[in-house]
Design a protein around this ligand. Structure first.
Ligand code: C5P
Length: 317
Protein backbone atom coordinates (compact mmCIF):
# COMPACT_ATOMS: atom_id res chain seq x y z
CA UNK A 1 0.00 0.00 0.00
CA UNK A 2 1.42 3.37 -1.05
CA UNK A 3 0.45 6.39 1.09
CA UNK A 4 1.84 9.23 -1.06
CA UNK A 5 0.22 11.73 -3.45
CA UNK A 6 -3.10 13.00 -2.14
CA UNK A 7 -4.39 15.43 -4.76
CA UNK A 8 -6.53 17.71 -2.62
CA UNK A 9 -7.28 17.70 1.06
CA UNK A 10 -10.93 16.67 0.64
CA UNK A 11 -10.71 14.78 -2.66
CA UNK A 12 -8.48 11.91 -3.70
CA UNK A 13 -8.15 9.04 -6.12
CA UNK A 14 -7.27 5.45 -5.24
CA UNK A 15 -6.15 2.72 -7.64
CA UNK A 16 -7.51 -0.80 -7.01
CA UNK A 17 -5.61 -3.55 -8.89
CA UNK A 18 -6.89 -7.01 -9.80
CA UNK A 19 -5.11 -10.20 -8.72
CA UNK A 20 -4.51 -13.62 -10.16
CA UNK A 21 -3.74 -16.85 -8.32
CA UNK A 22 -0.41 -18.43 -9.23
CA UNK A 23 -1.20 -21.20 -6.72
CA UNK A 24 -4.51 -22.07 -5.04
CA UNK A 25 -4.38 -25.23 -2.98
CA UNK A 26 -7.23 -26.34 -0.73
CA UNK A 27 -5.71 -27.99 2.34
CA UNK A 28 -8.77 -28.79 4.44
CA UNK A 29 -11.74 -27.43 6.31
CA UNK A 30 -11.52 -24.94 9.19
CA UNK A 31 -13.64 -24.79 12.31
CA UNK A 32 -15.25 -21.55 11.02
CA UNK A 33 -16.57 -23.42 7.94
CA UNK A 34 -14.12 -21.74 5.54
CA UNK A 35 -11.40 -23.69 3.76
CA UNK A 36 -7.80 -23.69 4.90
CA UNK A 37 -5.82 -22.50 1.88
CA UNK A 38 -2.22 -22.27 0.68
CA UNK A 39 -2.05 -19.71 -2.12
CA UNK A 40 0.29 -17.43 -4.02
CA UNK A 41 -1.52 -14.30 -5.17
CA UNK A 42 -0.13 -11.75 -7.61
CA UNK A 43 -1.33 -8.19 -8.28
CA UNK A 44 -1.66 -7.24 -11.95
CA UNK A 45 -2.00 -3.85 -13.60
CA UNK A 46 -5.66 -4.19 -14.57
CA UNK A 47 -7.16 -1.58 -12.23
CA UNK A 48 -10.37 0.09 -11.06
CA UNK A 49 -10.22 3.73 -9.85
CA UNK A 50 -12.14 5.24 -6.95
CA UNK A 51 -12.59 9.01 -6.70
CA UNK A 52 -13.45 10.06 -3.16
CA UNK A 53 -14.84 13.41 -2.02
CA UNK A 54 -15.30 14.07 1.70
CA UNK A 55 -18.70 15.22 2.99
CA UNK A 56 -19.88 15.87 6.52
CA UNK A 57 -23.46 14.61 6.31
CA UNK A 58 -22.73 11.04 7.48
CA UNK A 59 -23.84 9.62 4.10
CA UNK A 60 -21.62 7.43 1.91
CA UNK A 61 -22.89 7.62 -1.64
CA UNK A 62 -21.49 5.33 -4.36
CA UNK A 63 -21.98 5.67 -8.10
CA UNK A 64 -20.25 3.72 -10.85
CA UNK A 65 -19.78 3.88 -14.60
CA UNK A 66 -20.87 0.20 -14.70
CA UNK A 67 -24.68 0.06 -14.44
CA UNK A 68 -24.61 -3.70 -13.75
CA UNK A 69 -22.89 -3.14 -10.40
CA UNK A 70 -24.94 -2.94 -7.21
CA UNK A 71 -23.99 0.19 -5.27
CA UNK A 72 -25.98 -0.45 -2.08
CA UNK A 73 -25.10 -1.91 1.31
CA UNK A 74 -23.91 -5.24 -0.19
CA UNK A 75 -21.09 -3.49 -2.09
CA UNK A 76 -17.73 -3.94 -0.33
CA UNK A 77 -16.97 -0.21 -0.77
CA UNK A 78 -20.02 0.68 1.34
CA UNK A 79 -19.19 -2.09 3.85
CA UNK A 80 -15.61 -0.77 4.15
CA UNK A 81 -16.89 2.77 4.75
CA UNK A 82 -19.32 1.59 7.45
CA UNK A 83 -16.57 -0.44 9.15
CA UNK A 84 -14.26 2.61 9.22
CA UNK A 85 -17.03 4.84 10.57
CA UNK A 86 -17.75 2.33 13.36
CA UNK A 87 -14.07 2.11 14.30
CA UNK A 88 -13.69 5.92 14.25
CA UNK A 89 -16.90 6.49 16.23
CA UNK A 90 -17.67 9.52 14.01
CA UNK A 91 -21.13 9.09 12.51
CA UNK A 92 -20.93 12.45 10.67
CA UNK A 93 -18.17 11.20 8.33
CA UNK A 94 -19.47 11.01 4.77
CA UNK A 95 -18.16 10.63 1.23
CA UNK A 96 -19.22 10.74 -2.40
CA UNK A 97 -17.49 7.89 -4.22
CA UNK A 98 -17.23 7.41 -7.98
CA UNK A 99 -16.04 3.97 -9.10
CA UNK A 100 -14.55 3.59 -12.58
CA UNK A 101 -14.80 -0.14 -13.25
CA UNK A 102 -12.32 -1.92 -15.51
CA UNK A 103 -11.85 -5.24 -13.69
CA UNK A 104 -14.57 -7.63 -14.88
CA UNK A 105 -17.18 -8.46 -12.21
CA UNK A 106 -17.50 -12.00 -10.81
CA UNK A 107 -14.37 -13.07 -12.64
CA UNK A 108 -12.08 -14.55 -9.96
CA UNK A 109 -9.85 -11.45 -10.16
CA UNK A 110 -10.85 -9.96 -6.77
CA UNK A 111 -12.27 -6.80 -8.36
CA UNK A 112 -14.89 -6.29 -5.62
CA UNK A 113 -12.37 -7.14 -2.90
CA UNK A 114 -9.86 -4.67 -4.32
CA UNK A 115 -12.50 -1.92 -4.48
CA UNK A 116 -13.26 -2.61 -0.79
CA UNK A 117 -9.54 -2.48 0.03
CA UNK A 118 -9.21 0.81 -1.88
CA UNK A 119 -12.14 2.28 0.06
CA UNK A 120 -10.49 1.33 3.37
CA UNK A 121 -7.15 2.87 2.40
CA UNK A 122 -8.63 5.93 0.69
CA UNK A 123 -11.22 6.82 3.33
CA UNK A 124 -8.65 6.29 6.11
CA UNK A 125 -6.65 9.05 4.42
CA UNK A 126 -9.59 11.26 3.36
CA UNK A 127 -11.10 11.20 6.85
CA UNK A 128 -7.70 11.68 8.56
CA UNK A 129 -8.16 8.55 10.71
CA UNK A 130 -4.43 7.62 10.63
CA UNK A 131 -5.05 3.89 11.11
CA UNK A 132 -1.88 1.85 10.47
CA UNK A 133 -1.51 -0.48 7.49
CA UNK A 134 -1.62 -3.47 9.87
CA UNK A 135 -4.88 -2.21 11.42
CA UNK A 136 -6.37 -1.76 7.92
CA UNK A 137 -5.28 -5.29 6.95
CA UNK A 138 -6.96 -6.69 10.07
CA UNK A 139 -10.15 -4.78 9.23
CA UNK A 140 -9.90 -5.96 5.62
CA UNK A 141 -10.19 -9.60 6.79
CA UNK A 142 -13.67 -8.76 8.16
CA UNK A 143 -14.76 -7.73 4.65
CA UNK A 144 -13.58 -10.87 2.84
CA UNK A 145 -10.82 -13.45 2.57
CA UNK A 146 -9.04 -11.72 -0.38
CA UNK A 147 -9.32 -8.14 0.90
CA UNK A 148 -6.14 -8.16 3.08
CA UNK A 149 -4.11 -9.26 0.05
CA UNK A 150 -5.63 -6.44 -2.01
CA UNK A 151 -4.47 -3.87 0.58
CA UNK A 152 -0.90 -5.23 0.64
CA UNK A 153 -0.58 -6.48 -2.97
CA UNK A 154 2.51 -7.48 -4.93
CA UNK A 155 3.35 -11.17 -4.64
CA UNK A 156 2.25 -12.82 -1.41
CA UNK A 157 1.86 -16.24 0.10
CA UNK A 158 -1.68 -16.28 1.51
CA UNK A 159 -2.57 -18.85 4.15
CA UNK A 160 -5.50 -19.45 6.55
CA UNK A 161 -8.71 -18.30 4.82
CA UNK A 162 -6.38 -16.41 2.47
CA UNK A 163 -5.95 -13.56 4.94
CA UNK A 164 -2.56 -14.49 6.51
CA UNK A 165 0.02 -12.82 4.30
CA UNK A 166 3.72 -13.53 3.84
CA UNK A 167 5.42 -11.33 1.19
CA UNK A 168 7.48 -12.96 -1.54
CA UNK A 169 10.56 -11.30 -3.03
CA UNK A 170 9.55 -8.97 -5.88
CA UNK A 171 10.98 -10.06 -9.26
CA UNK A 172 13.35 -7.59 -10.95
CA UNK A 173 11.78 -8.17 -14.41
CA UNK A 174 8.00 -8.37 -14.09
CA UNK A 175 6.29 -11.21 -15.93
CA UNK A 176 2.97 -10.69 -17.69
CA UNK A 177 -0.31 -12.44 -18.38
CA UNK A 178 -2.74 -12.73 -21.23
CA UNK A 179 -6.10 -12.88 -19.51
CA UNK A 180 -9.40 -14.06 -21.02
CA UNK A 181 -12.98 -14.23 -19.79
CA UNK A 182 -16.38 -14.92 -21.31
CA UNK A 183 -18.34 -11.76 -20.35
CA UNK A 184 -21.62 -13.71 -20.14
CA UNK A 185 -20.36 -16.21 -17.52
CA UNK A 186 -19.99 -15.83 -13.73
CA UNK A 187 -19.01 -18.50 -11.20
CA UNK A 188 -20.25 -18.38 -7.61
CA UNK A 189 -17.32 -18.68 -5.18
CA UNK A 190 -19.38 -20.43 -2.45
CA UNK A 191 -20.59 -22.90 -5.08
CA UNK A 192 -17.03 -23.65 -6.24
CA UNK A 193 -15.76 -24.31 -2.69
CA UNK A 194 -18.91 -26.31 -1.85
CA UNK A 195 -18.52 -28.49 -4.93
CA UNK A 196 -14.80 -28.99 -4.21
CA UNK A 197 -15.71 -30.13 -0.71
CA UNK A 198 -18.34 -32.59 -1.99
CA UNK A 199 -15.81 -34.25 -4.24
CA UNK A 200 -12.62 -34.01 -2.19
CA UNK A 201 -13.41 -33.83 1.53
CA UNK A 202 -12.22 -37.42 1.99
CA UNK A 203 -8.67 -36.31 1.02
CA UNK A 204 -8.56 -33.16 3.23
CA UNK A 205 -5.67 -32.74 5.64
CA UNK A 206 -6.99 -32.75 9.17
CA UNK A 207 -4.64 -31.01 11.56
CA UNK A 208 -2.42 -27.97 11.97
CA UNK A 209 0.80 -30.02 11.74
CA UNK A 210 -0.20 -31.28 8.28
CA UNK A 211 -1.31 -27.76 7.21
CA UNK A 212 2.01 -26.29 8.33
CA UNK A 213 3.98 -28.95 6.44
CA UNK A 214 2.22 -27.96 3.19
CA UNK A 215 2.75 -24.24 3.91
CA UNK A 216 6.46 -24.91 4.41
CA UNK A 217 6.65 -26.94 1.18
CA UNK A 218 5.15 -23.96 -0.69
CA UNK A 219 7.49 -21.43 0.98
CA UNK A 220 10.45 -23.54 -0.19
CA UNK A 221 9.38 -23.88 -3.84
CA UNK A 222 12.30 -22.76 -6.02
CA UNK A 223 9.96 -21.06 -8.55
CA UNK A 224 9.01 -18.56 -5.84
CA UNK A 225 12.49 -17.34 -4.89
CA UNK A 226 12.11 -14.99 -6.73
CA UNK A 227 9.49 -15.39 -9.47
CA UNK A 228 11.32 -15.56 -12.79
CA UNK A 229 10.58 -16.59 -16.35
CA UNK A 230 13.53 -19.03 -16.41
CA UNK A 231 11.81 -21.18 -13.76
CA UNK A 232 8.15 -20.30 -14.25
CA UNK A 233 5.40 -20.97 -11.73
CA UNK A 234 3.87 -24.35 -12.61
CA UNK A 235 0.45 -22.79 -11.72
CA UNK A 236 -2.01 -24.83 -9.67
CA UNK A 237 -5.66 -24.07 -8.95
CA UNK A 238 -7.61 -26.79 -7.16
CA UNK A 239 -10.95 -25.06 -7.89
CA UNK A 240 -10.23 -25.36 -11.62
CA UNK A 241 -10.72 -29.14 -11.25
CA UNK A 242 -14.38 -28.64 -10.30
CA UNK A 243 -15.22 -25.45 -12.26
CA UNK A 244 -13.77 -26.33 -15.70
CA UNK A 245 -15.69 -29.62 -16.23
CA UNK A 246 -19.07 -27.89 -15.74
CA UNK A 247 -18.23 -24.49 -17.30
CA UNK A 248 -17.61 -24.84 -21.05
CA UNK A 249 -16.38 -21.21 -21.27
CA UNK A 250 -13.57 -22.06 -18.84
CA UNK A 251 -12.59 -25.34 -20.49
CA UNK A 252 -12.63 -23.65 -23.89
CA UNK A 253 -10.48 -20.74 -22.64
CA UNK A 254 -7.96 -23.15 -21.08
CA UNK A 255 -7.78 -25.21 -24.31
CA UNK A 256 -7.12 -22.11 -26.43
CA UNK A 257 -4.51 -20.68 -24.02
CA UNK A 258 -2.70 -24.05 -23.72
CA UNK A 259 -2.08 -23.97 -27.48
CA UNK A 260 -0.36 -20.54 -27.48
CA UNK A 261 3.27 -21.21 -28.44
CA UNK A 262 5.16 -18.93 -26.04
CA UNK A 263 2.91 -19.28 -22.98
CA UNK A 264 4.89 -20.55 -19.98
CA UNK A 265 1.88 -22.05 -18.19
CA UNK A 266 -1.90 -21.69 -18.05
CA UNK A 267 -4.56 -21.70 -15.29
CA UNK A 268 -7.91 -20.39 -14.10
CA UNK A 269 -7.81 -17.53 -11.54
CA UNK A 270 -9.60 -17.87 -8.18
CA UNK A 271 -13.01 -19.51 -8.59
CA UNK A 272 -13.04 -18.42 -12.26
CA UNK A 273 -14.19 -17.99 -14.88
CA UNK A 274 -11.17 -15.89 -15.96
CA UNK A 275 -8.18 -17.85 -17.19
CA UNK A 276 -4.68 -16.67 -18.01
CA UNK A 277 -1.47 -17.63 -19.76
CA UNK A 278 1.80 -16.61 -18.14
CA UNK A 279 4.45 -14.84 -20.26
CA UNK A 280 8.03 -13.85 -19.54
CA UNK A 281 7.30 -10.17 -20.38
CA UNK A 282 4.54 -7.83 -21.52
CA UNK A 283 5.83 -7.65 -25.13
CA UNK A 284 5.41 -11.40 -25.63
CA UNK A 285 1.95 -11.26 -24.04
CA UNK A 286 0.94 -8.35 -26.32
CA UNK A 287 2.23 -10.15 -29.43
CA UNK A 288 0.22 -13.25 -28.51
CA UNK A 289 -2.91 -11.15 -27.98
CA UNK A 290 -2.47 -9.43 -31.33
CA UNK A 291 -1.89 -12.72 -33.16
CA UNK A 292 -4.81 -14.56 -31.56
CA UNK A 293 -7.35 -11.77 -30.99
CA UNK A 294 -9.70 -13.20 -33.64
CA UNK A 295 -9.58 -16.66 -32.04
CA UNK A 296 -10.58 -15.18 -28.66
CA UNK A 297 -13.34 -13.11 -30.26
CA UNK A 298 -14.70 -16.12 -32.15
CA UNK A 299 -14.82 -18.06 -28.86
CA UNK A 300 -16.72 -15.19 -27.19
CA UNK A 301 -13.79 -14.32 -24.91
CA UNK A 302 -12.83 -10.77 -23.86
CA UNK A 303 -9.04 -10.45 -23.54
CA UNK A 304 -6.45 -8.28 -21.77
CA UNK A 305 -2.66 -8.07 -21.39
CA UNK A 306 -1.28 -7.10 -17.98
CA UNK A 307 2.09 -6.91 -16.27
CA UNK A 308 2.67 -8.15 -12.75
CA UNK A 309 2.46 -5.30 -10.25
CA UNK A 310 4.66 -4.93 -7.18
CA UNK A 311 2.01 -3.18 -5.06
CA UNK A 312 -1.66 -3.33 -4.13
CA UNK A 313 -4.02 -0.44 -3.54
CA UNK A 314 -2.37 2.94 -4.15
CA UNK A 315 -3.35 6.52 -3.37
CA UNK A 316 -3.12 8.81 -6.40
CA UNK A 317 -3.38 7.80 -10.07
O1 C5P B 1 -14.33 -14.51 2.18
P1 C5P B 1 -15.18 -14.44 0.96
O2 C5P B 1 -16.42 -13.61 1.16
O3 C5P B 1 -14.44 -14.04 -0.26
O4 C5P B 1 -15.68 -15.92 0.70
C1 C5P B 1 -16.73 -16.22 -0.18
C2 C5P B 1 -17.12 -17.68 0.00
O5 C5P B 1 -16.09 -18.54 -0.50
C3 C5P B 1 -17.31 -18.10 1.43
O6 C5P B 1 -18.62 -17.84 1.88
C4 C5P B 1 -17.04 -19.59 1.36
O7 C5P B 1 -18.15 -20.28 0.84
C5 C5P B 1 -15.93 -19.68 0.32
N1 C5P B 1 -14.57 -19.67 0.91
C6 C5P B 1 -14.12 -20.79 1.59
N2 C5P B 1 -12.87 -20.77 2.14
C7 C5P B 1 -12.06 -19.71 2.00
C8 C5P B 1 -12.50 -18.56 1.30
C9 C5P B 1 -13.78 -18.58 0.76
O8 C5P B 1 -14.82 -21.80 1.72
N3 C5P B 1 -10.84 -19.73 2.54
Amino acid sequence: MKMSMTRFEDCLTVTAPAKINLHLEVLGLRRDGFHELAMVMQSIDLVDDLELIATEDGIVNLISDDPSLTTGSDNLIIKAAELLKNVSGSRELGASIYLRKRIPIGAGLAGGSSDGAAALVGLNCLWGLELSEQKLINMAAELGSDVPFCVAGGTQLCFGRGDHLEPVQVPSDPMAVLLVKDPSVCVSTPWAYGRYRELNACDYLENEIEFEQRRQDLREETWLRPLRAADPAPLRNDLQKVVAPVTPAVQNALDILCNLPEALSVAMSGSGPSCFALYSDIERARNALQLHRKTFEAAGLASWCCSFRAEGVKLGL
